[in-house]
Design a protein around this ligand. Sequence first.
Ligand code: DC
Length: 233
Amino acid sequence: MTNNNSKLVIAIDGYSSCGKSTVAKDLAKLLNIIFIDSGAMYRCVTLYALKNQIISGGTINQNLLKDGLNKVNISFKFDASTKTNETYLNGKLVEDEIRSLEVSNHVSAISALGFVRKKMVDLQQEMGKTNSIVMDGRDIGTVVFPEADLKIFMTASPEIRAERRLKEYQQKNQKITFEEVLENVVSRDHLDETRDESPLKKADDAIVLDNGHLDKEQQLNFIVNELKNRKLI
Ligand code: DC
């Protein structure tokens, strides 16, 4: 819980498959505050675009997407049995579908579009207006909440991250090789870092957390210690 009943905003940014959401979820649970996975929101827009022929042959029809965005309703519901936040697109649970390789392969292109980002950032800022929140993403500390109380920038080597994501695919019985996952990780890093709109970059006042060789508990402790040092909890 927060120290003085004031609102607490924690931004966790970093590379794909770094475990940002895992540590953000653990932190939200510990502090009893809301967790939002902003990447899931871009994934929902991508899934919508794929399902509605807005992406075809790898090309995005931007006019169709601009119209379509008004029909995209993203919400999160807390599932008490699994104790996780589940993502819903237009009322349908899409938590698994948005993590498919097809969505992963197109999400960087969708999230590079300025009008998509504007809509997502507006929604994200709205969520943080009245609530204490932990949000993870790429631009949370730089664009969405530049005044966040604590900013963490997470990183780990591409190989370690690909290995982690491969395990997730294998658990879901999705057939994919290590090389394919690594290629996706490396290409998304490149697209995320070099796009014109809000490229992935560490905020000047963010603290780097390289979690390549840290377990979940060590990562959580790292962040909790930072919060304590700043007398935020
Ligand atoms: O965190 P993730 O891998 O689920 O994110 C999916 C994609 O969305 C990723 O390629 C970058 C993009 N993204 C973004 O541009 N800005 C955010 N705040 C979150 C994600």
